[in-house]
Design a protein around this ligand. Structure first.
Ligand code: AMP
Ligand code: MG
Length: 384
C-alpha cells in the first residue's frame, strides 16, 4: 500500500461524477435555503392575527414572489416554495382556513415560524458539506448541484491493463480443444476492476512465451498506471510473469502466506504498479479483494479502503491451514439480531462456485480452527 500513489485531480461534469471520489472538501458558498420558503400551500400571515378574518392582498408562488408587505389584518396566498413575504412570520395551511371571496379566516392558535423553512435551516454558508475522500452518490451530487457547482474535482480513475496468461486458454465462446480451458479470469477481473473504479484496457490472452509477453506488457505500461495479470506466477517452468516483472522493475512480493493465493506477486515498474495474480479463478479473485482493490481505492483517494467488516456468528466449523491465513467464502443469513455465516462448500481454489453468491470472506488465522457458534469478523462483499 505504501508503494501506491494517489492519482491526479480532474474537474468532471456532474453527469459523470457518480461513483467518483471527491478530491477536495466542498464548502457551501451560500446558505440553503437562500430565502424563507413556504413548506406548504396556504396563507402567509402575522402570528398576532390568530383567529381573525384577513383580507387577501396577493399571491407568492414558487419563483414569483409577492413584493409587498403583509400588515396586520392582511394575508398573502402562498404556495409551496414561495418566498415568505415581508411582514409575515408564519404560514397557515390551506386545509386549516376558511376562505370566502377575498377574505380568509385563520385558526385561533398560530405560531411564528410555522410551516416555512428559514434561510440557512438546511445548511449555512461556509459549512463544509462534502469531504475529500467521499464517494459521490445521488445525494452528494444533488447537494453539489443545489450549491451551484456544475463540475467537481475528483481523482482520476486508475488506468489498468488486464491480461490473462496461459497457452491452455481459449476465448469465451470458442470451443476448448483437448487440455484447453476457457479464459474466465479476465471477465471476472474486468468486473472486479470496474467495481473498484478502474478504467480497464484488456490485453487479451498472453502466451507462455517470454518475448511476446514482454512486448504486450511494455506496450500496455506506456499508457496504463497498473498492470494486472492472471496466471504464470507459480514455480513451473512456464510461469513467466515473475521473471518478466523482475526484468522490468522490482518484485516486492513474490509469495504470500494466504490461502487461496499463495503465488500472489506485486512489483513496481518506475511509478507504475503490477499485480501478478494466481491463475486459479478463486485465488485471483480473493487476492484481488485482499490486495488490489484497496490499492486501487487508495490511488483514487478513497477514505474507506477496505470492505466493511461486521461481526457474524459462524454456522460451521472453520478448519485452518497450518501455515497460511485462509479467506473462507460464506453466505450470510439473518437469525434474529445476528448474521450467521455458512460455508459455500468446497473451498478449492479452482471452484468458482465457492465465490459465486458469497456474501462475505471469513479470515481464519493459520493453525487455529474456529468452532461453529463463535463470533468472527467477516469482510462483507454483499449483504443478504
Ligand atoms: P498458472 O498459475 O498459470 O499455473 O495457472 C493455474 C491454473 O489456473 C491453470 O492450470 C488453469 O487451470 C487456471 N487458470 C489460469 N488462467 C486462467 C484463466 N484466465 N481463466 C481460468 N482459469 C485459469
Ligand atoms: Mg499458466
Amino acid at each position: 500500500m505504501d508503494r501506491v500513489q494517489l492519482l491526479g485531480i480532474e474537474r468532471v461534469a456532474l453527469a459523470h461524477c457518480a461513483g467518483r471520489v471527491l478530491a477536495e472538501d466542498l464548502t457551501a458558498p451560500a446558505s440553503l435555503p437562500a430565502f424563507a420558503a413556504s413548506a406548504v400551500d396556504g396563507y402567509a400571515v402575522r402570528a398576532d392575527d390568530a383567529g381573525k378574518t384577513l383580507r387577501i392582498i396577493g399571491e407568492s408562488a414558487a419563483g414569483r414572489p409577492f413584493e409587498g408587505n403583509v400588515l396586520a389584518g392582511f394575508a398573502v396566498r402562498i404556495l409551496t416554495g414561495g418566498v415568505l413575504p415581508q411582514g409575515a412570520n408564519c404560514v397557515v395551511m390551506v386545509e386549516d382556513v376558511e376562505e370566502k371571496g377575498e377574505m380568509v379566516t385563520v385558526p385561533a392558535a398560530l405560531k411564528a415560524g410555522q410551516n416555512f423553512h428559514a434561510p440557512g435551516a438546511d445548511l449555512r454558508a461556509g459549512e463544509r458539506v462534502l469531504m475529500a475522500g467521499m464517494q459521490l452518490g445521488a445525494a452528494e451530487l444533488g447537494l453539489a448541484a443545489a450549491l451551484g457547482f456544475p463540475r467537481l474535482p475528483v481523482r482520476r480513475r486508475p488506468r489498468v491493463a488486464l491480461m490473462s496468461t496461459g497457452d491452455e486458454l481459449v476465448e469465451v465462446g470458442g470451443k476448448p480443444g483437448r487440455g484447453q480451458i476457457v479464459d474466465s479470469n479476465r471477465w471476472a477481473l474486468l468486473a472486479a476492476l470496474r467495481e473498484a473504479g478502474a478504467e480497464v484496457r484488456s490485453l487479451g490472452i498472453g502466451p507462455d512465451e517470454p518475448e511476446p509477453l514482454l512486448r504486450l506488457v511494455t506496450n500496455a505500461l506506456a499508457e496504463a498506471d497498473v498492470l494486472v495479470t492472471s496466471g504464470g506466477v507459480s514455480v513451473g517452468t512456464h510461469d513467466l510473469i515473475k521473471p518478466l516483472l523482475e526484468s522490468l522493475g522490482t518484485v516486492h512480493v513474490g509469495r504470500v502466506k494466504l490461502k487461496p493465493g499463495k503465488p500472489f506477486t506485486f512489483a513496481t515498474i518506475g511509478d507504475k504498479v503490477a499485480f501478478g495474480l494466481p491463475g486459479f479463478p478463486v485465488s485471483s479473485l480473493v487476492t484481488f479483494e485482499v490486495f488490489v482493490r484497496p490499492a486501487l481505492r487508495k490511488m483514487q483517494g478513497f477514505t474507506q479502503l477496505q470492505r466493511p467488516a461486521l461481526p457474524v456468528r459462524l454456522g460451521y466449523d472453520a478448519r485452518a491451514t497450518a501455515d497460511r491465513t485462509e479467506y473462507q467464502r460464506v453466505t450470510l443469513r439473518r437469525d434474529g439480531q445476528e448474521l450467521v455465516a455458512e460455508t459455500t462448500g468446497s473451498q478449492s481454489s479452482s471452484r468458482l462456485m465457492s465465490l459465486a453468491g458469497a456474501h462475505a470472506l471469513v479470515r481464519v488465522p493459520p493453525g487455529q480452527g474456529i468452532k461453529s457458534g463463535s463470533i468472527v469478523e467477516a469482510l462483507i462483499l454483499a449483504l443478504p
